[in-house]
Design a protein around this ligand. Structure first.
Ligand code: AQP
Length: 333
């Protein structure tokens, strides 16, 4: 079976973008692959973080993986900081990654602007840590949202550079992964600005639908979300990014084709459409929230699962780390 690796940061509430761009696709393909899904808590501290909530958020994300349908029989679920090979390989990769590759990353530029003068070196290094995550597991496929595509390309460049520097004309040391970006849901946009992606770090909670929002909150957010005064809702009009985003959401959530949604909504006004979208969101999130509450009533099960996940992940990761250290010329005992 091909191997899949992906992860989400425990930086705040997971939202519909994380679900539709990533987790839902992990669930859909899980039976066909050997899966590793991690909670990337080392990435979570690349922006200022609150130590009093990091652990709780880590359990929340792991529980949401299960609640969204990740099956522990098909997937190893673990926490990044529990497997020390991630940090170790990052250091080795840091030392062969040209600085200007990192300075060119769009996410770094966007997040660095928000941080002002307090940008941590770790933020620049975020994609190298992500490369280590992926390369440690010899992952074939990395299912992520569209916003991570550039980081995946960088991961391939870093792997190719290691192979070139230390295994020229020999079997490669690191495997180059393929991105796996589903078309529908790949980029869910903000509810308050259809040109920006839905994001955990947007200061306005009205900009996103969190997976744990109550039905009332969802209703309120969709009622107030940004629209336009035009009647008749259409996809792909660059002048109407909100219409495109909300129709796209409705399409993925109801599992319909784009053509069917376009036909259904061609004559609709927002007043008629918004309740339909609201119902579709609530119908998707209610069963997830129910399972989430069950998992969180007793953390014993989740902790046990994460321990087993750590042991399984470490076995694979340590073997790769040793291979890379040998190639770099380290003295191994
Ligand atoms: N708006 C989005 N549409 C589609 N996919 C998305 N993803 C994130 N936002 C969207 C995908 O979710 C996965 C996990 O993301 P992450 O938490 O590791 O980091 P992120 O991409 O930085 O997510 P956020 O919500 O935007 O967090 P902040 O605001 O903290 O940076 C990834 O596969 C991502 O593609």
């Amino acid at each position: 079976k091909k191997r899949v690796l992906s992860g989400v940061q425990p930086t705040g509430s997971l939202h519909l973008g994380n679900y539709l761009g990533a987790i839902r696709n992990w669930v859909a393909g899980q039976a066909n692959y050997e899966n590793y899904f991690c909670v990337v808590d080392l990435h979570a501290i690349t922006v200022p973080h609150d130590p009093t909530v990091l652990a709780a958020n880590t359990y929340t994300v792991a529980a949401l993986y299960l609640a969204c349908g990740i099956d522990p029989n098909h997937a190893t679920i673990f926490v990044q900081s529990h497997v020390s090979a991630h940090a170790e390989l990052t250091w080795l990769l840091n030392c062969i990654t040209p600085l200007n590759w990192l300075e060119d990353m769009i996410q770094f530029k966007e997040k660095a602007v928000k941080q002002g003068e307090n940008v941590a070196a770790g933020l620049l290094d975020y994609p190298v840590l992500m490369a280590a995550d992926i390369l440690l597991y010899d992952a074939d496929l990395v299912p992520v949202g569209d916003d991570q595509k550039q980081h995946l390309e960088l991961t391939r460049d870093i792997a190719a550079r290691v192979n070139y520097l230390f295994a020229r004309n020999q079997p490669p040391i690191l495997k180059l992964p393929e991105p796996f970006i589903a078309k529908a849901g790949a980029r869910v946009m903000s509810l308050t600005d259809g040109t920006k992606k839905m994001s955990k770090s947007d200061p306005s909670d009205m900009s996103r639908i969190n997976l744990l929002d109550s039905a009332d909150e969802i209703r309120k957010k969709i009622k107030r979300c940004k629209t336009d005064p035009i009647r008749g809702l259409v996809f792909d009009d660059p002048e109407r990014p909100e219409a495109n985003n909300l129709l796209g959401l409705y399409q993925v959530l109801t599992g319909q084709t784009k053509e069917a949604v376009a036909a259904e909504c061609a004559e609709m006004g927002w007043g008629q459409f918004k309740p339909l979208l609201t119902d579709a969101v609530i119908a998707t999130l209610e069963p997830i929230q129910q399972r989430y509450r069950e998992i969180m009533t007793d953390l014993t099960y989740l902790r046990g699962l994460l321990k087993a996940g750590r042991d399984q992940a470490a076995t694979v990761a340590n073997a790769t780390l040793e291979r890379v250290k040998l190639a770099f010329g380290y003295a191994l005992l």
